[in-house]
Design a protein. Structure first.
Length: 163
C-alpha cells in the first residue's frame, strides 16, 4: 500500500463527499424515473429516506416540504457515508479499476442496506416493498455513480515504493 500524506487524505475525504453527493443525486433521479414509470408518486423518491425520522409521514403521497427536506438530507448523508469508505479503498487505483470497483461497491451497499442497516433500524418493510432485482440495479447504479464522481479526485501520480 502506498503511504498517504495529508494531501492524499484531503483528496480522499473531499472526493468521497463529492462522489457521495453525485451518487446520491444520480440514484434519486433514478428513483424518481422509476416511480414515474411505475405510476407511483414521484415525491417518494425524495421523502423515502426520511422514514427513520418521520415514520409513515415520509411515505404519504404528495408534496410535504418537511418530509422532502428530511428525506433529501438523510439520503445525501447516507450516500456520503457509503462514498467516503469507497474513496478510502480505491484511492490510488487506475480509473478503470475504480469504475469496476464501483459496480462491486454497489452490491456491497445493497447487502449492507437491505440486510444490515434497514433491519437494524426496524425498517424491514422497505426491502420487502422493492423487488430484489430493482434494488440491486439501483444500488449498482449508485456504486457506479460514486465511482464516476470520485474519478476527478483519484490519484493522478504514481508513487513507486522505495527498494
Amino acid at each position: 500500500m502506498v503511504p498517504r500524506d495529508k494531501e492524499d487524505w484531503n483528496r480522499i475525504l473531499s472526493g468521497g463527499v463529492a462522489a457521495g453527493v453525485f451518487g446520491g443525486i444520480v440514484v434519486a433521479l433514478f428513483g424518481l424515473a422509476a416511480n414515474v414509470l411505475e405510476g407511483r408518486d414521484f415525491w417518494l423518491a425524495f421523502k423515502g429516506a426520511g422514514v427513520p425520522f418521520l415514520g409513515e409521514r415520509a411515505m404519504q403521497p404528495g408534496f410535504d416540504l418537511e418530509a422532502v427536506i428530511v428525506g433529501a438530507l438523510s439520503h445525501m448523508a447516507v450516500s456520503i457515508a457509503w462514498a467516503v469508505p469507497f474513496a478510502m479503498l480505491v484511492y490510488g487505483l487506475t480509473r478503470g479499476t475504480t469504475l469496476v470497483s464501483g459496480v462491486l461497491w454497489g452490491f456491497i451497499v445493497w447487502v449492507g442496506m437491505y440486510y444490515v442497516l434497514l433491519p437494524m433500524l426496524g425498517l424491514q418493510q422497505i426491502p420487502a416493498s422493492v423487488p430484489v432485482g430493482m434494488a440491486i440495479v439501483e444500488h449498482v447504479v449508485f456504486g457506479v455513480a460514486v465511482a464516476v464522481g470520485f474519478l476527478p479526485y483519484q490519484r493522478l501520480k504514481m508513487v513507486l515504493p522505495a527498494h
